[in-house]
Design a protein around this ligand. Structure first.
Ligand code: PRP
Length: 176
């Protein structure tokens, strides 16, 4: 590991645990749908989404959207910014949003409000992680991988200053 980065504290979910849970989620989703328009929320969700979607056996179309934030991450004043919208029309489609984590809920509120204007047949959310201790807005998560405590996690898509996303495990990082 880079000596300039904070140390890793412990493995929260190892690769096998993550992949086992993803297969379970994919089976549940497959049972509930006849077809899916999957929207991958970049960048963090890309690893989770590609692993999940490979296990889904009903027809899937994929689109991506890239969201970020104005202001300091973790601050109350932080607001969601749409960096890149999806290209597809979601009108009449069964949309499944794929997120890596729901923290405050601001990102999901933003997406729900945006999509509500576009007349989809249905919109559901699949999130790998949820951190309920951080929630400011109530969000229904239809398919959830794991609930986590108020810890800073990196790996498997989660970053610290854009580093660590490519780790296969999800690990807890010591705060600076
Ligand atoms: C993270 C994560 C979610 C969002 C959740 O994205 O991927 O999209 O924050 O937080 P919220 O519930 O408080 O809105 P981030 O802005 O870190 O971007 P990234 O996916 O590119 O890492």
């Amino acid at each position: 590991m880079n000596a300039n980065l904070p140390p890793i504290q412990k493995v929260l979910f190892d690769e096998a645990t993550i992949q086992k849970r993803i297969k379970e989620l994919a089976d549940e989703i497959t049972a509930d749908y006849e077809d899916i328009l999957a929207i991958i929320v970049l960048k963090g969700s890309m690893f989770f989404a590609t692993d999940l979607l490979k296990h889904i056996t009903v027809p899937v179309e994929i689109d991506t959207m890239h969201l970020g934030s104005y202001g300091m991450k973790g601050m109350k004043s932080e607001a969601v910014r749409l960096n890149n919208d999806i290209v597809s029309s979601i009108e009449g489609r069964n949309v499944l949003i794929l997120e890596d984590i729901v923290d405050t809920g601001k990102t999901m509120k933003y997406i729900h409000e945006l999509f509500a204007l576009r007349n989809p047949a249905s919109v559901k959310l699949c999130s790998l992680l949820s951190k309920p201790s951080k929630r400011e807005i109530e969000i229904d998560i239809d398919y959830l991988g794991f609930e986590i405590p108020d810890a800073f996690v990196v790996g498997y898509g989660f970053d610290y200053k854009e580093k660590y996303r490519t780790l296969r495990d999800i690990v807890v990082m010591e705060p600076e």
